[in-house]
Design a protein around this ligand. Structure first.
Ligand code: C2O
Ligand code: CU
Ligand code: CU
Length: 472
C-alpha cells in the first residue's frame, strides 16, 4: 500500500463528513470535525470496606448525540457510552459488582488482568438481565493500562460496538517513582480509539453480511473516548498518551501530521525497559501503548494525531500559548526479569484458521462445552501461534502477561520488548511467546485465547483452556 502523505491532512477535515451520504445529511447532520472537546472518562471512586475497594458497575442502555438531530441508541457502564476508568494499585484487593441492566445477557471481562478463571469474566460467566455478578480478587501485576469489556457468547462484538468498554489502570512502585507526566486527563491522557458506522436513521450499523464477519466490522466515523473527531487543549510540555485500540476490527497506525518523533514507554502489560523513539505506532484491536510527546515547540499552535492507514486525523491537539515546560525523558524505565530463564519449555502450537464463513483455531471452532488445552500452573511454556494466510489477527490470551520471543525466527520489534497480552500475528507469520499462568482456571470457568477482531472471536476463532496444579 502506498504511504499516504499525512502532512496534507492538516488541511483536510475528517473523512467522516465526506463519506456521509448526502441524502442522509438532509435529515441527520454531522458536527464539524474537531469542534467537540475530548471527553476524559471519570475515575470511578471505590467504597473502601475493610480495606477492600468496592466498585459498582452498571451495564445500562443509553442515548448519545453523535450526529446532529438524532439520538443513537447505545450501551455504557454507569453512563450512556463507554464507562469510567478504574484506577488501582498493585496489591489492592477489589470487589467488583457488575449489574446487568440490559435486556440481554452480558458479562464483563478484565482484559489484561491476571486473576483466576473464576474471576475472569469469560463467556461461561453470563449475567442475566437484572442480575448482579460480584467477584473479588487481588491485583498482582505490573503497572499498566488494561481495560474491561463484555465477553458474551457470540455477542461480544455487538455489545462492544454498542459501547461497553472502559479502562483499568494499575499503578505500582515503578509507575509512581518514574519522572513522567502523571496528571490524569491533563498531561497523562487516556485515549480510547474506536470506529463506528451508522445507518440512515443515525443508529449504529453492526454486522450485516458474511463480508463483515470475515473482514471484521469497521466504520467511517472515528471516536476518541466516545466523541467523534474531538480536540484537546494541552500546555506546551511533554504529554503522555495512554492509548487503547478499542475498535472491533480496525488496525491503526498512529502518527502526528508533522511526522514528529515520540517515545513509546509502555505496551499492554508493562513499561518497556527503555523509551523507544518512533514516529508511527501500530496497534491492533485490544492492544495498548503509552507514549510521550514533546510539544514545547508548538505553543499557540495545533497539531493532528491521526491514523496513517485510515489516512485521517483523529484528534486535534491545541497547544496553549504559555511558557514551555522543559522535561527530559528518563533513560531507563524498568527491568523485565520475567521469562529470562527458559529451560526446554513445552511448546504448544496454535494455527489461526480461516475459510469463507468459518473461523477457527487448530481446526476447531469455539465450543463452550469443550476444553481445548490443559496447562500446568506456574510452568513456563512457549506458545507458537501460526498464521498461514494473509489477513493479520491479534491473538490474545487470558490470565497472563507474556513475552514475545520471536517473529518468524527474528527478534520482536523494539517496542514490544515489555510484557503483553495481545500480539498481532501478520500474514504468513509464526510468533513465539513465553507464557506462564499464576492462577488456576477450572473447567467451569476456563480461560480463553482468541483473535481480538471481535467478529472473528464471535464466529469461532477462540478456544478454552484450564490451568491446573500439576499432578504429583
Ligand atoms: Cu479483550 Cu477475551 O478479551
Ligand atoms: Cu482478555
Ligand atoms: Cu482474526
Amino acid at each position: 500500500m502506498k504511504r499516504r502523505d499525512f502532512v496534507k491532512l492538516g488541511l483536510l477535515t475528517s473523512i467522516s463528513n465526506t463519506l456521509f451520504a448526502n441524502e442522509q445529511k438532509k435529515i441527520i447532520g454531522t458536527f464539524p470535525s474537531f469542534s467537540k472537546p475530548l471527553a476524559i472518562p471519570p475515575i470511578l471512586e471505590p467504597k473502601v470496606i475493610n480495606g477492600i475497594k468496592e466498585f459498582d458497575l452498571n451495564v445500562q442502555k443509553g442515548k448519545v448525540n453523535f450526529l446532529k438531530g438524532v439520538e443513537t441508541n447505545t450501551y455504557g457502564i454507569n453512563t450512556d457510552f463507554l464507562g469510567p476508568t478504574i484506577r488501582v494499585n498493585r496489591n489492592d484487593t477489589l470487589k467488583m459488582k457488575v449489574k446487568n441492566s440490559l435486556d440481554e445477557e452480558t458479562v464483563i471481562h478484565w482484559h489484561g488482568l491476571k486473576v483466576p478463571g473464576e474471576n475472569d469474566g469469560g463467556p461461561n460467566r453470563s449475567i442475566h438481565p437484572n442480575k448482579i455478578w460480584t467477584t473479588q480478587f487481588q491485583i498482582n501485576q505490573r503497572s499498566s493500562m488494561c481495560w474491561y469489556h463484555p465477553h458474551t457468547h457470540e455477542r461480544t462484538g455487538a455489545q462492544v460496538f454498542m459501547g461497553i468498554a472502559g479502562l483499568f489502570i494499575i499503578e505500582d512502585e515503578d509507575s509512581k517513582k518514574l519522572d513522567i507526566p502523571k496528571e490524569y486527563g491533563v498531561d497523562d491522557i487516556p485515549l480510547v480509539f474506536q470506529d463506528r458506522r451508522f445507518d440512515m436513521k443515525g443508529q449504529f450499523l453492526y454486522k450485516q453480511s458474511m463480508h463483515d464477519v470475515m473482514m471484521g466490522v469497521t466504520g467511517n466515523f472515528s471516536l476518541v473516548n466516545g466523541v467523534i473527531d474531538p480536540y484537546v487543549n494541552v500546555s506546551p510540555k511533554t504529554i503522555r498518551f495512554r492509548i487503547l485500540n478499542g475498535s472491533n476490527a480496525r488496525i491503526s497506525r498512529f502518527m502526528f501530521n508533522d511526522k514528529r518523533d515520540f517515545y513509546q514507554i509502555a505496551g499492554d502489560s508493562s513499561f518497556l525497559p527503555k523509551p523507544i523513539k518512533m514516529n508511527t505506532l501500530l496497534l491492533s484491536p485490544g492492544e495498548r501503548a503509552e507514549i510521550l510527546i514533546d510539544l514545547t515547540d508548538l505553543a499557540g499552535k495545533e497539531i493532528l494525531f491521526g491514523d496513517e492507514l485510515a489516512g485521517k486525523g483523529l484528534l486535534k491537539i491545541n497547544v496553549k500559548n504559555e511558557e514551555k515546560q522543559k522535561f527530559s525523558i528518563p533513560k531507563k524505565l524498568t527491568t523485565i526479569k520475567e521469562y529470562t530463564q527458559l529451560d526446554s519449555p513445552k511448546i504448544r502450537e496454535f494455527s489461526l484458521d480461516m475459510r469463507p464463513g468459518w473461523l477457527a483455531i487448530n481446526g476447531k471452532q469455539m465450543n463452550m462445552k469443550r476444553i481445548d488445552e490443559e496447562v500446568n500452573l506456574a510452568e513456563t511454556e512457549i506458545w507458537r501461534i501460526k498464521n498461514s494466510q494473509r489477513m493479520p489477527h491479534p491473538f490474545h490470551i487470558h490470565g497472563c502477561s507474556f513475552k514475545i520471543l520471536s517473529r518468524n525466527g527474528y527478534k520482536p520489534y523494539p517496542n514490544e520488548t515489555g510484557l503483553k497480552d495481545t500480539v498481532l500475528i501478520y500474514g504468513n507469520e509464526t510468533v513465539d511467546v513465553a507464557v506462564k499462568f499464576e492462577y488456576e482456571a477450572t473447567k467451569e470457568y476456563p480461560y480463553m485465547y482468541h483473535c481480538h477482531i471481535l467478529e472473528h472471536e464471535d464466529a469461532g476463532m477462540m478456544g478454552q483452556f484450564i490451568v491446573k496444579k500439576e499432578w504429583l
